[in-house]
Design a protein around this ligand. Structure first.
Ligand SMILES: [Fe+2]
Length: 313
């Protein structure tokens, strides 16, 4: 077909009749489609962040509580490592080394390890053998020692492996037991509770090996008491005799989807003991958000953390 333009002629738009511009019509359907695209993109970006970026982060969270059970002015610095979950997709050897290096730099008087040393994902991951992560933790030298409790994942998936790895590097596990540490005139007790979810009974029920009365019976002097537990739920039963309780397990909620995350905290008290410094009736609890992940290899709004506590400041 021939164009309807004679050779040598140029067709110009008349100045009186502007060329029509095609304006997209703002229809309800178009608005919904755009909104859905934006929601999808932001959900994808959040998922990438939660799965690949936040779990690889590391922060030091500091507290300076003043519990009435701790002598005023008696200084003590404490490093807490909780829920390492070594071997998870987000907790391979280089990340473990980075965590330990950062913890060493804190130069604390004592180091407390709050259990869940291993990851237990069912899908294939690069395994970090127990002696390897234990050797990293063994670099955490502190004047008053490194002390540990076990977590539910240690009990459920690799109890003997975790026990012998810690024993192999001389890290003592306190299970319903307590030790008196510190110099003369400034001694204090470090107590550790057995795991409260140690033995699965099926249908979401568990039997703990925790024995709080037995643990407290090991305390035979008036010196102040620090208590290590894995799950924070025991806190409702911890007496004021204990100056400060340390817990992990909740991962701070791990994936803090607004308005929903509280429903998924692994605690019968929901968000009450999910994270941070809790004070109830003059009793003090610090819950670490932990370092690794479980069930879903992602974190959102709760980056991996080392907790550093200063008492007597
Ligand atoms: Fe955990």
């Amino acid at each position: 077909m021939k164009a309807d333009i004679s050779p040598g002629t140029v067709r110009r738009p008349s100045p009186e009749t502007p060329a029509p511009t095609a304006k997209p019509r703002l229809t309800r359907r178009r608005v919904l489609k755009t909104a859905a695209t934006l929601v999808g993109l932001s959900a994808a970006a959040t998922a990438i962040y939660a799965g690949a970026i936040e779990p690889d982060g590391l922060v030091v969270t500091r507290y300076a509580p003043r519990p009435p059970g701790w002598p005023a002015g008696r200084k003590l610095s404490i490093t807490v490592i909780a829920d390492l979950h070594a071997g998870g997709p987000d907790m391979q050897l280089p990340h473990i080394r980075r965590i330990v290096d950062r913890a060493i730099a804190l130069n604390s008087d004592i180091v407390l390890l709050l259990g869940d040393f291993i990851a237990s994902y069912r899908f294939a991951i690069t395994h970090v053998p127990d002696p390897v992560w234990a050797a990293e933790l063994a670099r955490l030298k502190a004047p008053l020692g490194t002390w540990a409790v076990l977590g539910n994942h240690d009990w459920w998936h690799d109890l003997q492996g975790v026990r012998s790895a810690l024993a192999g590097v001389n890290i003592a596990v306190l299970e319903n037991d307590a030790v008196l540490v510190g110099p003369d005139g400034a001694k204090f007790w470090v107590a550790g509770l057995g795991d409260q979810l140690a033995i699965p009974l099926g249908h979401g029920r568990f039997r703990g090996i925790d024995d709080l009365p037995l643990t407290l019976s090991r305390i035979t002097t008036d010196d102040p008491v620090l208590l290590m537990v894995h799950e924070p739920d025991i806190f409702t039963r911890v007496p004021p005799r204990v100056a400060l309780t340390f817990a992990g397990h909740t991962h701070g909620g791990q994936i803090r989807v607004p308005f929903l995350w509280q429903q998924f905290v692994p605690s019968r008290y929901g968000a009450r003991f999910a994270y941070g410094h809790v004070v109830e009736h003059d009793r003090h609890l610090i819950v670490s958000g932990g370092l690794g992940t479980s069930i879903i290899p992602a974190r959102l709004g709760v980056p991996p953390e080392i907790v550093h506590i200063t008492l007597g400041a």
